[in-house]
Design a protein around this ligand. Sequence first.
Ligand code: PLP
Length: 260
Amino acid sequence: MTIHTLTIAGSDSGGGAGIQADLKTFSALGTYGMSVITALTAQNTQGVHGVQVVSPEFIAAQCDAVFSDIRVDAVKMGMLGNAATIAVVAERLAHYQPPIIVLDTVMIAKGGHALLDPAAVNALREQLLPMASIITPNLPEAAALLACAEAQSEAQMRQQGRELIAAGAQAVLMKGGHLGGESCPDWLITPNDEVCFPAARIATRHTHGTGCTLSAALTALRPQCADWVETVAKAKAWLLLAISEAERLEVGHGIGPVHH
Ligand code: PLP
């Protein structure tokens, strides 16, 4: 049976991140992808040039259209934009209860543009984190969620992962790309386990959409795997390939996308 995946996220007109990255990833990993669009961005590889949010009513209408007709095996959330969107998405997901919920805690684009109102971080932590099967913060996002300083070491990453579990997440994938240095270790923290996924840093500046692509891959692969350890291992292997192939795409003049 084909796996059905849904992304609740923002559109990237440049095709490298957001909804577009998610749908390409869903297809590449053999699933049937669907989308609830929370915001439009006018965006290319050089940056985010404008954002238009979708009304809460129309976000709810998209959720209802999908869930009332189509089986959903796994959902991911990406760019949510503001507290009103978080509230309606939390309410609709509580109503439909999809079996797997991946929360990519998107806050700021690589170019510096805010993709989440800073005043909405509390709403994200209080309303969505407790219903997530896994959350995938990078180090600045974990620090914002915990209102603490950014982790500078793997020991601090693990500690913050445990604090996010205490805050209600069922699993946390702490992404270590911001640590700097030669390697980008990610740590998977669950209530019973802490597993490191080491990775060498790939020499490319074309990393636009890596976070979106990883969380979409987790969403597509989790229904096909026994647990999060197997899922993260497979998703990371696929993402490394996508980053390695990024140079070949020659998309745009800025930070190009990974190859989905
Ligand atoms: N645009 C949208 C709609 C996104 O959802 C995201 C990331 O989640 C980005 C842009 C940021 O992409 P990046 O920071 O990889 O350039």
